[in-house]
Design a protein around this ligand. Structure first.
Ligand code: SF4
Ligand code: MG
Length: 337
C-alpha cells in the first residue's frame, strides 16, 4: 500500500545569512497503522522536524517534500494545511494548555474542533465532545465539560489536548514530547492511553521524545536523530538489542531502562550548535570510536544491516565505522557499539 506520509529530504533552516539548519535532509515513510518514534537529545531538531511536516514553522524555510496521502504539503496554502491538521493529522504537544484558549471552556473548544471538521449539529457535537473526553479518560466528562483549562490538572489537560487532536478523526497522531514534564505515574497513564487509542482507532502514531522508555513502549519502529540528521533507524528490537551507531549505543547507556536498573553513563560533551556543526560525522567530537582523518572528513555513509530475519525492518546506521576507511571497521561488526 502507499504510505500515508512520505518525507523526502526534509530540510528546515532559520535565517538566510549564516543559516541555522535545524533539520538537515531527513527521509522516511509512515504507513497506515504504523507506530514510529524519533528519539534524541533535546536540540537535535526533532520538534522542528515534525512541525515542518504540517506547516507549523513560521519564521523558517522548509524544503524537500512531504506527501500526505499523495498530496504535497511543502509549499501548500495555509488553508490546505489547516484542513490536513484538522482532519487527517492530529497534533499533541508537550504543553497541553497551549492547545486551549484560557478564557473558553474545554468542552466548547472541543465542540468547535469537532464542528470545524465534521458536519454535526451543535447538540451532536456536544455529545461527541463528551464522548471524546470520556474516551481519553476524563472522569465525569459531562461534569468537567464546562471547566476552564486551568481547572484541569496537568495530566487531565494533556488528556483533553489528546481529545482535541482526535476531534477530526485523524488517521495519524503526531505527538511531540506528550509525557514530558508530567509526574511519572501520570506519564504511565498517558502512555497507556496512546496505546489504546492507536489500537482501537487504527491510527498511525509519530511520536517524538527524548525519553527512550516512552518511545520504546509505543513504537515498533524507531529513528535516532542527532544534530539535525537521522543517524540510525530500525525496529524497536534492532535498536535496543543491537544498536549500530555509536551515538545510539551511548544514548542507550545514558538513559534508565524501562524495567531494569543499571549504571547510567552520561554521554560526554554536549550536542553541537546547529549554526556551525562539526564537519564529517557530527558526532565525532563526542564519539569514543572517532578516527581522525576519517570521521572528521567526508560525511559518513549509510550502512544497512541484516538482522532479525527476512521480515525485519530495514536497519541502517550512518557511520564510517563499518567501512574500510575506518581502521576499527572489523571490530564494529563484531561488537555492540
Ligand atoms: Fe563515531 Fe566516526 Fe561513526 Fe561518527 S562516523 S559515529 S565519529 S565512528
Ligand atoms: Mg522538542
Amino acid at each position: 500500500s502507499e504510505p500515508l506520509l512520505r518525507v523526502e529530504n526534509l530540510r528546515t533552516q532559520f535565517g538566510r545569512r549564516d543559516p541555522l539548519v535545524a533539520v538537515d535532509g531527513i527521509s522516511y515513510d509512515l504507513r497506515a497503522g504504523e507506530t514510529l518514534g524519533i528519539v534524541g537529545e533535546s536540540g537535535a531538531g526533532k520538534s522542528v522536524s515534525v512541525r515542518s511536516l504540517v506547516g507549523l514553522i513560521d519564521d523558517g524555510e522548509v524544503a524537500g517534500s512531504v506527501e500526505w496521502r499523495g498530496e504535497e504539503l511543502v509549499g501548500a496554502k495555509p488553508r490546505e494545511l489547516r484542513a490536513v491538521r484538522g482532519s487527517g493529522i492530529g497534533m499533541v504537544f508537550q504543553n497541553a494548555e497551549a492547545a486551549f484558549d484560557p478564557i473558553e471552556t474545554v468542552g466548547r473548544q472541543i465542540v468547535e474542533a469537532v464542528r470545524a471538521n465534521r458536519d454535526l449539529s451543535k447538540r451532536d457535537a456536544r455529545t461527541e465532545a463528551i464522548d471524546l473526553l470520556e474516551e481519553v479518560g476524563i472522569g465525569d466528562p459531562a461534569g468537567r465539560f464546562d471547566d476552564y483549562p486551568h481547572e484541569y490538572s496537568g495530566g487531565m489537560a494533556q488528556r483533553a489536548g489528546i481529545a482535541m487532536a482526535l476531534a477530526g478523526e485523524p488517521d495519524l497522531l503526531i505527538a511531540d514530547e506528550p509525557t514530558t514534564g508530567l509526574d511519572v505515574s501520570v506519564q504511565a497513564g498517558i502512555v497507556d492511553l496512546f496505546r489504546d487509542l492507536v489500537a482501537e482507532r487504527d491510527m498511525s502514531l509519530l511520536l517524538i521524545s527524548h525519553d527512550l522508555g516512552v518511545v520504546s513502549q509505543l513504537c515498533e519502529r524507531i529513528m535516532v536523530m542527532y544534530a539535525g540528521r537521522i543517524v540510525e533507524r530500525g525496529s524497536r528490537k534492532q535498536l535496543l538489542d543491537s544498536p549500530r551507531h555509536p551515538y545510539t549505543g551511548a544514548f542507550l547507556r545514558s538513559v534508565p531502562d524501562v524495567d531494569v536498573r543499571k549504571d547510567l553513563e552520561p554521554i560526554g560533551g554536549s550536542p553541537p550548535s546547529l549554526d556551525d556543526p562539526p564537519a564529517g560525522c557530527r558526532f565525532h567530537p563526542r564519539c569514543p570510536a572517532a578516527e581522525a582523518g576519517v570521521c572528521d572528513g567526508a560525511a559518513p555513509p549509510t550502512v544497512s544491516f541484516e538482522d532479525g530475519g527476512e521480515d525485519a525492518e530495514r536497519h541502517e546506521a550512518t557511520c564510517h565505522g563499518y567501512t574500510d576507511a575506518h581502521p576499527g571497521g572489523d571490530a564494529f561488526d563484531r561488537e555492540a557499539v
